[in-house]
Structures are given as C-alpha cells and as structure tokens.
Design a protein around this ligand. Structure first.
Ligand code: APR
Length: 312
C-alpha cells in the first residue's frame, strides 16, 4: 500500500503556518510543523488548530507540531522558513549575519534526519541561504531549490494585470535573477496568454511596474512591519506539489548553476523544470543584451553576499 508523503516545515512562524494550511487543504501529505525547542509549544498549538480546521474543511492529513528533529525523520519534502524576517528599512542582505547560523543548523539536521528530502528554501537572503544549505548539507543540488522566482513573477503579474485591465489568470510572467532589488523581470518572455505584454501596457508604465516589482517585498514590509507570507507560502507549495506529483512544471526557482547563463557554483533564479527527480532541468532562454546585463548585475550582488557569508 502506498504510504502518505511527509512534509516538514522548518519554522512555524507566519510563512510556516500558511504553508501548513495550504499543504493540508491540498492533502499533499502528513505535515510536521517544526520550530526551535523554546517555540515547540507554539508549533504544537498551530498544528492542533490546523488539525481541527480539517474537521470543518474536510481534509484528511495528520498535522503535528514539534521541537524535535526526530519527528521530521525521513521527510519527502522540507520547506525552510527558519530565520528572522525583515523589519522596515532592512534589506534582505542585512539578514545574512542573523540567518546564516540558523541555516547552517538546519542544514546539519536535515543531513542527519532527512537525507532524501526535496528541499525548498525560503529564508532570506534567499540566494545565499539556499547556497549555504546545499554546501553544508552536501545534498544533491538537484534536490535543493530556492523559492523566489514564482513569488517575484506573481508580484509582476499582479501589477501587470491591473495596468492592462486584464485577468491576472491570463498573465504569463517571468522574473529571473536574485531575490533582491536588482531582480530581472523579463518583458520579452511576459505575455497575456502568448501575446507580448507591450501590446497592452505602454513602456512608461512597464518601467514603473518593473521598479515596483523589484521593491515588491519591501513595499509589504513597510506596510506590515514584517515580511509577506501568503504569496511566499503559495509559491513554495506549487513547487512542492510539482515534485510530489512529478508535474514537470516550468517555474522560476533559485537553482545551482554549473555554467548556465555563464555562471558557476551559485544559486540564482532561472527557469527550471520541477518533477519527481527534483530540479530536472535548467532552461536557458535567449536573453537580449540588456537582459544579460541586468542578470549580470543581479548575479554580482548575490556573489557579493556569498563572499560576505564565506567570511562569517
Ligand atoms: N530552526 C527552526 N526554526 C527556527 C530556527 C531554527 N534554527 N531559528 C528560528 N526559527 C523559527 C523562528 O522561531 C520563527 O518561528 O523560524 C520562524 C520564522 O517565523 P517568522 O518570524 O514568522 O518569519 P516568517 O515571516 O515566517 O519568515 C521567515 O522567510 O521570507 C523569509 O525573510 C523571511 O527569512 C525570513 C523567513
């Protein structure tokens, strides 16, 4: 008899709670909501609330809270939000000193308890945290991906739909590069169901939307005093589902590059195919010279933070 899949959510805060909610409603598998021992009761309380929610909404999965890595043993998927979110005025890169020891702790525990999991990292600064996770855990790079491109693309799509006066369902967006203020929204690969977006939105508005997308996370931090959680959770659940159901979805994700787009030994947001083997393919798009230059700027920023992390 097929066993239920197991999904462990490392970090039971704002994103962790929404991840558990979505994974339960989609019945992706049994769920462990994990946090540090001092917050284990908080995780257990959230898990209990979500288990009781299943009696109303009718989902049939086991949800447990825990502060003990043994409860995460042999997970099929790990989604990592462990860390400290941004406060107003902070950049994602400002978090590197605080979140680096946390991701190293998580990577060591993942290696010990869940060596076969597919891992999705959400903690910021994203591209550096996913890099560090893979280095410390030694996981096959195909089994490690960073969540950012789906979220950044969703922000881009949301603003474009508003400007075009169209349904957001018809926007096919693509945002590459690091999860930072110099990410690369690709107009040449963004369409309304195949029709180039420039047919619907004038250039000055497109320029303003690109700027707003790049600062999209910061806009929410400024309003809420902490970082976003609904869309980041949904973006990661789509990636987890693509793996668990071998969907072969083409999504933007921070993947390990070995020469693609001209970059080596770094994680950077690129189009990937996610299926049952993990990151099964990295898709190389023919970029314009201007897009290549923007990607180079973004990659240089990510490399700069990796260099800082290497000294910490
Ligand atoms: N192991 C597990 N969990 C940890 C660890 C650790 N070593 N260290 C911290 N945590 C937990 C915290 O106790 C907290 O409950 O991570 C959780 C983070 O939750 P929130 O503070 O609510 O943050 P959240 O909004 O979920 O964002 C988490 O994702 O988008 C990024 O920038 C964001 O890096 C941040 C992360």
């Amino acid at each position: 008899m097929a066993k239920r899949k197991k999904i462990s959510l490392i970090g039971a805060g704002n994103i962790g709670g929404e991840l558990a909610n979505l994974a339960a409603q989609r019945e992706l598998g049994d769920i462990v909501l994990f946090d540090i021992p001092s917050k284990a009761d908080f995780a257990k309380g959230k898990a209990l609330d979500l288990a009781q929610n299943g009696a109303i909404l009718g989902y049939d999965v086991k949800i447990t809270g825990s502060g003990d890595w043994k409860d995460c043993a042999d997970s099929d998927v790990l989604i990592i939000t462990a860390g400290i979110p941004r406060k107003p005025g902070e950049s994602r890169d400002d978090l590197v000193g605080k979140n680096l020891p946390i991701i190293r702790d998580v990577a060591n525990n993942a290696k010990a308890h869940c060596p076969n999991a597919f891992v999705i990292v959400i903690s910021n600064p994203l591209d550096v945290m996913v890099y560090e996770f893979q280095k410390v855990s030694g996981f096959d790079p195909k089994k490690v991906v960073g969540m950012a491109g789906v979220l950044d693309s969703a922000r881009f799509a949301c603003f474009l739909a508003e400007a075009a006066g169209s349904s957001v369902k018809d926007v096919r967006p693509m945002v590459l590069g690091g999860h930072g203020d110099d990410m690369v929204p690709l107009l040449s690969f963004t369409t309304l169901n195949g029709v180039p977006i420039a047919n619907f939105v004038p250039q000055d508005k497109l320029d303003a939307i690109i700027k707003r997308t790049r600062g999209g996370g910061g806009e929410i931090v400024k309003l809420m005093g902490t970082s976003a959680y609904y869309a980041p959770a949904s973006a990661s659940i789509v990636m987890a589902e693509a793996y668990l159901k071998d969907q072969k979805r083409l999504l933007a994700g921070a993947a390990h590059l070995t020469g693609q787009y001209g970059y080596q030994d770094m994680f950077l947001g690129v189009p990937v195919v996610i299926g049952g083997e993990g990151v099964e393919k990295i898709v190389e798009l023919p970029l314009t010279d201007a897009e290549k230059a923007m990607l180079a700027t973004s990659a240089a920023s990510v490399q700069g933070v990796i260099d800082v992390a290497k000294k910490l």
